[in-house]
Design a protein around this ligand. Structure first.
Ligand SMILES: NC(=O)c1ccc[n+]([C@@H]2O[C@H](COP(=O)([O-])OP(=O)(O)OC[C@H]3O[C@@H](n4cnc5c(N)ncnc54)[C@H](OP(=O)(O)O)[C@@H]3O)[C@@H](O)[C@H]2O)c1
Length: 319
């Protein structure tokens, strides 16, 4: 089978398409013929090999050679202990931890998969897992979103932000999205009432304030976020700068003790809310924003666009 593999850390140029042996499922695994896969920030971290990701995948060179977590495809074979799925089922899910998604076939355990609704394309399904889970868990579980509040999403034009605004609209909140100029029209088209070009306006210094901030970039100091949080506001980060995240971790508790503001960090629970997403999709409440899809032969272009942050929504590659 074909797979996008890497044997050393670096940029998209270290990735190449190789012919490798097709995997076979263990007793508790299914074999999936992958139709589409999306690129996540985590894939990029593993590709470049920052310190944290080298701890996960090898210090000198990557141990797992095939990245890719968010996949959609059809089950081709099942191990003898598998009970939830059968050959022919169309499934999707986040395989982070084992990865292997940038390939024509991969194996996965049942718990990392959900059935794909017939009305959802493989391309749409591959866009959903990690970004939509972070949006749901950031806004609902951690942010306790509720009607009537003002929400700001920082880094709003990528994967998480484009799901988050659609989920936020279901709660009747006023949404503001921060990203670069070329994404603002798309952001308005999916429901943002207000958009801010971060190259032109500093949202922490324009006099406006918010009840809830969902942050995908965490590129500002906690004190700047506190300045634009209303007196009982909640700041939720899903990821970004490690230094800033550490600051949020250290200061978060202290801030809750001395004020009514809250600083919270989301720890992703992979695949937890896929059934909820199926429901939202089937009732027309959510539509993934797709950049692409790119053919397997164009994978380098897809990775370059993602790496430069030029993508809108989710970059999807068809296998
Ligand atoms: N908590 C967990 O357990 C967990 C697990 C997995 C992933 N994550 C995190 O989840 C996040 C993934 O988010 P995503 O998929 O939405 O990423 P994404 O698709 O790359 O979107 C990020 C957006 O932020 C924009 N941006 C860049 N610099 C910005 C700035 N200074 N101010 C405002 N916006 C800026 C980018 O556009 P431009 O470059 O054009 O500006 C891009 O549109 C990452 O932070 C990752 O680390 C967390």
């Amino acid at each position: 089978m074909k797979a996008i593999v890497y044997s050393k850390y670096g940029g998209p140029e270290v990735l190449q398409i190789n012919e490798i042996e097709k995997p076979s499922p263990k007793d508790d695994e299914v074999l999936i013929k992958i139709h589409a896969v999306s690129i996540n920030d985590w894939d990029f971290g593993l590709l470049e090999g920052d310190f944290i990701n080298r701890m996960l995948n090898g210090f000198l060179k990557p141990n797992r050679k095939i990245l890719g977590s968010d996949i959609a495809g059809r089950i081709e074979a099942v191990g003898k202990n598998v009970t939830l799925f059968k050959p022919g089922d169309e499934v999707y899910g986040d395989l982070s931890g084992r990865w292997g998604g940038f390939a024509e076939y991969t194996c996965a355990t049942e718990k990392s998969l959900a059935l794909k609704p017939a009305s959802m394309s493989f391309i749409e399904a591959a866009a959903i897992p990690q970004a939509a889970m972070l949006a749901v868990q950031g806004l609902i579980d951690t942010g306790k979103i509720h009607p009537g509040i003002k929400l700001l999403i920082n880094g709003a034009g990528g994967g998480v932000g484009t799901f988050a605004v659609q989920i936020a609209k279901l709660f009747g909140v006023e949404t503001t999205g921060v990203d670069s100029e070329n994404k603002l029209d798309m952001m308005r088209s999916i429901g943002f009432e207000n958009v801010i070009d971060y190259t032109e306006v500093d949202f922490t210094r324009n006099g406006l304030s918010y009840d809830l901030i969902l942050d995908v970039k965490t590129n500002r100091s906690i004190f700047e976020y506190l300045r634009v949080l209303r007196p009982t506001g909640v700041y939720v980060t899903v990821g970004g700068s490690m230094t800033r995240l550490f600051q949020a971790l250290i200061l978060g508790r202290l801030i809750s003790l001395i004020s009514k503001k809250h600083i919270r960090i989301v720890a992703l629970k992979p695949n937890k809310d896929l059934i909820y997403m199926n429901d939202l999709f089937e009732t027309g409440k959510i539509k993934p924003v797709i950049d692409g899809p790119y053919k397997l032969s164009d994978f380098a272009k897809a990775f370059r666009i993602f790496g430069k942050g030029e993508h809108k929504g989710k970059v999807v590659i068809t296998m």
